[in-house]
Write a protein that binds this ligand. Structure first.
Ligand SMILES: [Zn+2]
Length: 459
């Protein structure tokens, strides 16, 4: 079994008490962390196969982006100035109809490169378009080839292009073929849509909700849903008026509010819904910059945290945000929450580190095994160089990594103990080729979808 010693840097363990080790080591054996501690306890270089010198750096768990849509990477820059409901009809739907299989695959390479080069090692990919099982197989191969860890949320719909029985057979086939967990870097989970738009177009109904709940239980997989991610005075209010309840209450009524539920966004949920979500063990996945981008609002994170709700962090797809940099997302969450509550550090940098690492693992049912640097956990980590002007005197590295911004590229990223980023960049991805391919395909896609606009600053 191959051994790697990451040594000499500060260690942000994100264990249960968020232990900080100013100068320490992480010993990796195979795909797992074998030991973590101060340099005084480190093994010698001669006793390991590989050494990563982290002097002047901080070593953190790989970041976990719990809400993403990978193909949006091809269409950054086309969504400025739209409320979510208008964005769905004017951008998402035409783009989804224009997508070709090669776009999905190119976008996967691009998305993985974008995330790995900002320290994200795991992401939940919530599918919003119909993706055939054969294409999921290809996405799995491409995703694995980049080195990233992906939890693919397979869409489950009441109405699909295929007959319902075939659609459901494909979903069950994929759930069985790519079981949830950490044994494979690509696993299949579930994605449903119970929001206003999707109920109106027949993508979700009570019968499908019951079937989804049964699948979640049978395959023991997380299920992701967009909850009140739209505009308060439009889709969010429309839902309440028509259904007579909030969206979380709707899920509860249909057996879909459990410890495996991922409530993405959850900007406008009331106290009773927060309490019900907390009691169920569900997780909120807050996407602060997406809510700000579409003027959807900022989630009541302090109420979530006070209730005991597990809060994870996501960027949303970068067509409604335009960035998947998780440290940047933490900074935006810090600032937006302080503004919302008129309280400095209304959500602290320590809480944000939890949201971007161990809380994501807990949301996936993988707490203790992912999202922390502790013995037995998978060796997913990032090494950030702190000896750069951005961090000043580096007096408080964990806080500065978030607050000083700028999307720093990590010197090293390991997934399952494998080096996927080294000081030269991505190890198994030709970034130049990926970018060139994406620019060509993205431009064609935008043109087909009617989203290619003349360049203009609009001032
Ligand atoms: Zn989303």
């Amino acid at each position: 079994m191959s051994t790697t010693l990451v040594k000499g840097g500060g260690i942000l363990t994100m264990d249960a008490t968020a232990t900080l080790i100013p100068s320490g080591f992480v010993l990796v054996e195979g795909s797992r962390i074998a030991a973590v501690g101060p340099m005084s306890d480190a093994p010698s270089d001669a006793d390991v196969d590989h050494v990563v010198d982290a002097s002047g750096c901080w070593v953190t768990p790989g970041l976990i982006n719990m809400h993403q849509h990978h193909w949006y990477h091809l269409l950054k820059g086309v969504s400025e100035g739209l409320y979510l409901e208008d964005w769905v009809t004017q951008v998402l739907l035409p783009a989804g109809e224009a997508l070709r299989p090669e776009d999905y695959l190119a976008a996967m390479r691009l998305a993985a490169a974008d995330m790995l080069l900002t320290g994200t090692t795991s992401f939940f990919n919530h599918s919003v378009t119909e993706v055939e099982a054969s294409l999921v197989d290809q996405l799995a191969d491409v995703s694995r080839g980049t080195g990233i860890r992906q939890f693919f949320g397979k869409e489950l719909r009441a109405k699909t292009a295929r007959p319902s029985a075939e659609h459901r057979a494909q979903v069950e086939h994929l759930l069985a073929r790519y079981p949830h967990g950490l044994d494979d870097r690509f696993s299949v989970n579930l994605a449903i849509e119970s929001g206003e738009h999707w109920l109106q177009v027949g993508a979700m109904d009570a019968e499908l909700a019951g079937y989804a709940a049964e699948l979640v239980s049978r395959f023991e997989v997380p299920v992701s849903d967009h909850i009140t991610g739209g505009t308060l005075f439009r889709s969010v209010s429309d839902f309440r008026l028509r259904e007579g309840s909030g969206e979380v209450q709707w899920l509860a009524r249909h057996g879909l509010l459990t410890h495996r539920t991922l409530l993405a966004h959850a900007v406008w949920i009331d106290e009773s819904e927060i309490r019900a979500a907390s009691e169920s063990g569900a997780s909120v996945v807050t996407c602060p910059s997406s809510g700000a981008f579409t003027a959807g609002g900022t989630a009541p994170l302090r109420a979530f945290l006070a209730s005991g709700l597990n809060v994870a962090l996501g960027t949303d797809g970068p067509m409604v945000n335009d960035s998947v940099d998780m440290l940047g997302q933490m900074r935006e969450c810090f600032l937006l929450s302080s503004t919302k509550y008129l309280t400095p550090a209304a959500v602290s940098t320590g809480q944000l580190w939890s949201m971007g690492t161990r809380n994501g693992a807990r949301a996936l049912g993988l707490g203790g095994r992912l999202g922390e640097l502790t013995p037995g956990a998978v060796a997913d980590l990032a090494v950030f160089d702190m000896a750069v002007p951005r961090y000043g005197a580096a007096l408080n590295p964990p806080a500065s990594l978030i607050l000083s911004g700028g999307g720093p590229k990590p010197n090293w990223v390991l997934v399952d103990g494998d080096v996927v980023v080294d000081p030269g960049g991505l190890v198994s991805v030709d970034v130049g080729a990926v970018v060139a391919e994406s620019r060509e395909l993205g431009r064609d896609l935008a043109a087909r979808a009617g989203l290619l606009m003349p360049l203009s600053m609009g001032i």
